[in-house]
Design a protein around this ligand. Structure first.
Ligand code: GAR
Length: 203
């Protein structure tokens, strides 16, 4: 079956959605890593007997060294796709080079609007009425890789970032679990003439 690794820094609700909806079906989550030793996401994996590991920044000379260690661990678990599910660090070339076009991320905004940290706050500060979620391939920029799935959510009256996040969360879970299942089925392909343009074709 299709072997998936997940990196998460926090609560892990996106990881949980993958475990509930995709794990044991289209794909198998075989490894969950974190930069944060106490991350609740790790407990969700441990509860199912999935291999976990932590890679705290302080234990490595620099980000590149951490990224290399993380990538080598995921390769040992023979991971075919890496999902960043609330992983709040950038991954550098030492990681991405070992998983070419094999790393995806979920972001709580309609990219290319509001990349980076505090995306929901950025959107609220801008005064947008339409929020949204993007699942994209990860490249070496900040939330800049090719878009796989995207969905908008109109919230014209919401001003509280936590409320926006609460409304976006189920959208994240839908899009991220769909993306993993679609990739596992081979339904996600770059357009050879436009490498930024991703074709999603579910046969
Ligand atoms: C999600 O909202 C995800 O989009 C965001 O972190 C949250 C993690 O939630 N990721 C980013 O902002 C990445 N820049 P979770 O731990 O409950 O899955």
């Amino acid at each position: 079956s299709f072997r998936v690794g997940v990196l998460a820094s926090g609560t892990g609700s996106n990881l949980q959605a993958i475990l509930d909806r995709v794990h044991g079906r289209e794909a198998e989550v075989v490894a969950v890593g974190s930069d944060k030793p106490g991350a609740p996401a790790l407990g969700r994996a441990e509860a199912l007997g999935i291999a976990t590991a932590t890679f705290p920044g302080a234990e490595y000379e620099n980000r590149e060294a951490r990224d290399t260690a993380m990538a080598l661990w995921l390769l040992e678990q023979r991971v075919e796709l890496v999902v960043l599910a609330g992983y709040m660090q950038l991954v550098g070339p030492g990681f991405l080079g070992r998983f070419p076009r094999r790393v995806i991320n979920v972001h709580p905004a309609l990219l290319p609007a509001f990349p980076g940290l505090r995306a929901v706050e950025q959107a609220l500060e801008y005064g947008v009425k339409v929020f949204g979620v993007t699942v994209h391939f990860v490249d070496e920029g900040v939330d800049s890789g090719p878009v796989i799935l995207q969905r908008a959510l109109e919230l014209p009256d919401v001003t509280d970032p936590d409320e926006v996040r609460d409304r976006l969360r189920p959208v994240e879970h839908d899009l991220l679990t769909s993306a993993v299942a679609l990739i596992a089925r081979g339904a996600v392909r770059p357009d050879p003439d436009h490498p930024r343009r991703i074709t999603v074709k579910d046969q």
